[in-house]
Design a protein around this ligand. Structure first.
Ligand SMILES: C[S@@+](CC[C@H](N)C(=O)[O-])C[C@H]1O[C@@H](n2cnc3c(N)ncnc32)[C@H](O)[C@@H]1O
Length: 314
């Protein structure tokens, strides 16, 4: 799969999120500033995205409250994500929030941010003045927020970029990846996961990704993607919840926990509201979709600060 095709997965994910926001699944007053409204998406897709966004938001906020916003967040393959602005509005900005993606993606994101007063003024307010918001070479640096480009398959480049943002390996750090590792050869994602666990002594990883890829529906998903020139070269750890957990524990993480999105969906606090948003005449496809994605968390907590509580089961 070409890097261009991998980068295009961001357009797909961000347009699905934009559409679901438009339909009222969740509020995001910033997404329309970064992402155009695309074509209609099926209700199953919108509900799936809601469970994904809500599941990740819950874990992220748990981490930020546990660390009293003194920790760091590194969003791998962040694409056009708007979380930073939402955290700012909720007064939950961590000491550093770093987004990493390919240069082609960060370049477009930086251009769009620069041309949007609402986004820029929010960053200026956070940084103590517009002069402290620097955008150049497809990167953005300001107080608490950094967008940098790196290829996550290149550890040296990734580490240099984290250093350029002043990331402190002794601070509690949450790493987030939404359908990112699956586009990396397994030996590369293993290297990345074991590098993080060996360098950071207080870390949590939140991974949203495919699961149950060996069953019939999983194989149909893989074949559909392949026919769109989207080959999931890192699919092996997506065989089951157990293999998702093992990829972390075999790469230096203390413990991990994966649950599928069906489980998360059933525990959504406002499920009643969600099911009334759009009519769904049969739920089989929704169930198939939700049982083929999962959230897996893993932690390393050398200072015993309670990172094991950042789990989709708690
Ligand atoms: C499915 S999109 C997710 C985007 C965003 N996190 C979201 O959920 O809306 C995957 C993102 O990971 C990025 N990505 C995949 N492999 C990468 C790599 N090796 N280095 C840097 N970014 C990568 C892609 O460019 C893309 O933006």
């Amino acid at each position: 799969m070409s890097d261009e095709a991998i980068q295009a997965t961001n357009d797909d994910a961000s347009m699905c999120k934009r559409y679901a926001v438009e339909k009222g699944y969740w509020k995001d007053p910033f997404i329309d500033l970064l992402v155009k409204l695309g074509e209609r998406k099926a209700p199953e897709i919108n509900r799936g995205y809601y469970a994904r966004v809500e599941g990740i938001r819950t874990l992220l906020e748990k981490f930020l409250r546990l660390t009293e916003c003194k920790g760091q967040v590194v969003s791998l393959g962040a694409g056009f994500d708007t979380t930073l602005w939402r955290l700012k509005d909720a007064d939950l900005v961590p000491s550093s929030y770093v987004e990493v993606d390919f240069r082609a993606v960060t370049s477009r994101k930086c251009q769009r941010i620069r041309s949007r007063d609402k986004l820029m003024s929010s960053l200026a307010e956070m940084s103590g003045g517009i002069e402290h918001v620097q955008i150049s070479d497809a990167e953005l640096h300001c107080k608490h927020y950094h967008i940098v480009w790196a290829d996550l398959r290149n550890l040296e480049q990734f580490e240099n970029k984290l250093n350029s943002c002043g990331i402190d390996k002794c601070l509690p750090t949450l790493f987030l990846a939404e359908c990112v590792l699956v586009y990396m050869p397994m030996e590369k994602s293993n290297e990345l996961l074991s590098w993080i666990s060996s360098k950071f002594d207080s870390a949590v990883f939140v991974n949203y990704e495919q699961v149950n890829m060996l069953d019939r529906f999983g194989q149909v998903m893989v074949n559909n993607l392949r026919s769109r020139k989207c080959d999931l070269c890192g699919i092996e750890p997506c065989s089951s919840l157990k293999t998702q957990e093992q990829r972390f524990t075999s790469n230096g993480w203390t413990s991990s926990c994966a649950i599928d999105m069906m489980d998360i969906y059933h525990h959504l606090p406002d499920l009643d509201r969600i099911v009334r948003l759009e009519f769904l005449d049969e739920t089989e496809l929704l169930e198939q979709l939700l049982t083929h994605y999962c959230i897996c968390t893993a932690y390393k907590d050398s200072k015993n600060i309670g990172l094991s509580s950042i789990s989709p089961k708690s």
